[in-house]
Design a protein around this ligand. Structure first.
Ligand code: HEC
Ligand code: HEC
Length: 490
């Protein structure tokens, strides 16, 4: 049931969270904020939990988050230079990625518990493969085809798509059941008791991580991640140690460093896709052949629901025969593997701060580096010599995710109480920042839409990022503004 412990074989989560008193630390859902343009500049201080570490008074007033960058999506296309066969598979995969799962039929096996009826409902913005859209698709799916679920209070129309975890067990809880759905007659399975779980402070939330560029991340050897973490940019006055940042802490799977998920607990796109089928949609697969809730009166499809190679060719037939005999999970994995990273822009117009110039973005990047943000948000990573993409371009190819993909203690303020492999209840894998310009929600639980709030949330007791927040706050308002402008250019 738990997407990571299934792979890592971790059974001590409940004991661990009880031990460290995780339940008391759950962060309450804060009401959704107004659009950045209406957002009072100082208001984020009332939203970010400023826990006991105390945040030093700011030397300078903060800049303003330029807000979600308008215009066409800068992500969603495939890597340039794919072969004809790769493109045929990628396009077929993109089609099936956007097809909803149903109780039975060609893409059949939804439930009996589900959060949504497809990956595309959560990984949606600014293009298929992205993160939470607005409005939140999870709201309407409570009543999918007549289902009679109640939308839990932590799922709101203007809030992020979220997956709830039960802290005391480490399990993912699916929001809904198929009870009441046309074709699910006889199923009386109840939803989890969310009001009671909320009363007991036993829930934590994670939002979708965008999927763009993951083929390159997957093609990066452990040794390259390790080397990149300690290769500092030229001219900086800090070291990892002087900033209080611990290096060499990566999450691991059987094959080396693992990078996927907020805690970095899974190493492959395919592994994560099979997990997502099971924990988000209730769909069983060759990797996870059982239903999560084996209530006979609620199962309508022969298991495993998703398997390949198929016995008959998928219809509609595509330009790729191999794609037509693949499982949906194989197709999703191919779709994700071939997605290009989000493209950064060199200037843009913001409805909040007006024209953002190339010079401002360049200065923001320089201050992001000199303030030490880059100590975790490592600019470049490099793929290995053997890459599962035909074009030689992607061998030893340098890309720019702005992450070391390592684990860091982010303090009591960001603690989610969950443990996955090497990641403890306050540890998170550094977020990749590519695509920040076109994201609505930030941080693991999607608690804010405001980049100032994101940065202040990096500082609390125990956080390895606190010194960099002090550096940011001590920077001039103009430099802070340039850093925010730079982040929204990504
Ligand atoms: C209900 C919303 C939801 C649905 C539906 C969903 N995801 Fe996700 N996805 C998430 C969340 C939340 C995370 C972060 C999970 C975590 O770390 O706890 C995530 C993370 C991922 C990641 C890791 C990305 C990274 O870089 O860390 C992959 C890969 C992924 N999902 C693939 C899929 C696929 C494939 C599907 C469909 C089979 C899918 N997801 C359906 C919410 C969703
Ligand atoms: C000690 C490592 C570390 C340092 C230093 C650091 N970050 Fe982060 N950053 C993280 C981690 C880990 C997360 C994810 C935390 C979470 O979601 O709870 C994150 C999240 C973010 C996000 C949101 C990304 C998302 O996917 O939601 C932004 C934006 C960001 N950081 C910017 C900055 C800036 C700007 C600085 C410098 C002032 C900085 N970071 C310094 C580790 C770091």
């Amino acid at each position: 049931m738990n997407r990571f412990s299934a792979i890592l074989g971790l059974l001590a989560i409940a004991a661990l969270s009880a031990l460290i008193g995780a339940r008391a630390q759950v962060i309450d859902w804060v009401p959704f904020e107004p659009a950045p343009s209406e957002f009072p500049r100082e208001a984020f201080r009332t939203i970010v939990p400023q826990s006991c570490g105390g945040t030093a008074a700011r030397a300078n007033p903060p800049g303003q988050d330029p807000g979600v960058r308008a215009g066409a999506a800068s992500a969603g296309g495939f890597l340039p230079g794919l072969s004809a066969n790769e493109l045929a598979i990628a396009n077929t995969a993109a089609f099936w990625y956007s097809q909803p799962w149903t109780l039975t039929g060609q893409v059949g096996g939804l439930g009996p518990r589900y959060a949504t009826n497809g990956c595309f409902e959560c990984h949606a913005y600014p293009a298929p493969g992205g993160s939470s859209p607005i409005p939140n698709t999870e709201v309407a799916l409570a009543n999918l085809n007549g289902a009679t679920n109640t939308v839990p209070s932590f799922i709101t129309s203007n809030g992020p798509t979220r997956i709830p975890y039960q802290i005391s067990t480490g399990s993912i809880l699916k929001l809904y059941t198929v009870k009441g759905m046309t074709g699910a007659e006889g199923c009386t399975l109840a939803q989890p008791d969310f009001p009671a779980l909320l009363t007991n402070n036993d829930l934590s939330y994670h939002i979708p991580v965008p999927l763009f560029g993951l083929g390159l991340v997957e093609a990066t050897p452990s040794a390259n991640f390790i080397a990149a973490q300690t290769t500092l940019p030229g001219g900086v006055s800090w070291t990892l140690a002087s900033l209080g940042i611990t290096s060499g802490r990566f999450n691991h799977s059987v094959d080396g460093i693992s990078t996927l998920g907020w805690k970095g607990g899974v190493s492959s796109i395919k592994g994560f896709s099979d997990l997502a089928l099971s924990v988000d949609l209730g769909v069983s697969s060759v990797t996870y052949p059982r239903k999560d809730d084996e209530v006979a009166s609620c199962i309508f499809n022969p298991v495993p629901d998703d398997f390949g190679p198929r016995l008959t060719r998928l219809s509609p037939n595509s330009a790729s025969v191999s794609a037509d005999y693949s499982s949906q999970s194989d197709l999703y994995s191919a779709f994700i593997k071939y997605l290009a990273p989000p493209a950064a822009v060199t200037s843009y117009i913001s409805s909040v701060v007006g024209a953002v110039t190339t010079a401002s973005i360049a200065n923001g990047r320089a201050r992001f580096i000199s303030d030490g943000c880059v100590a975790c948000h490592t600019q470049d990573q490099t793929t290995g010599a053997n890459v599962a993409i035909a074009s030689p371009t992607y061998k030893s190819y340098t890309y720019t995710p702005w992450s070391d993909y390592a684990l860091h203690n982010m303090g009591t303020g960001l603690r989610d109480g969950l443990s996955f492999g090497a990641a403890g209840p306050q540890d998170f894998r550094t977020s990749a920042l590519w695509g920040t310009g076109q994201r609505y929600f930030f941080l693991h639980d999607g608690r804010t839409q405001d980049l100032n709030a994101v940065i202040q949330a990096h500082k609390s007791t125990g956080s390895e990022a606190s010194t960099t927040v002090d550096n940011f706050n001590a920077d001039s308002t103009g430099n802070q503004q340039d850093i925010l402008n730079f982040l929204r250019s990504l």
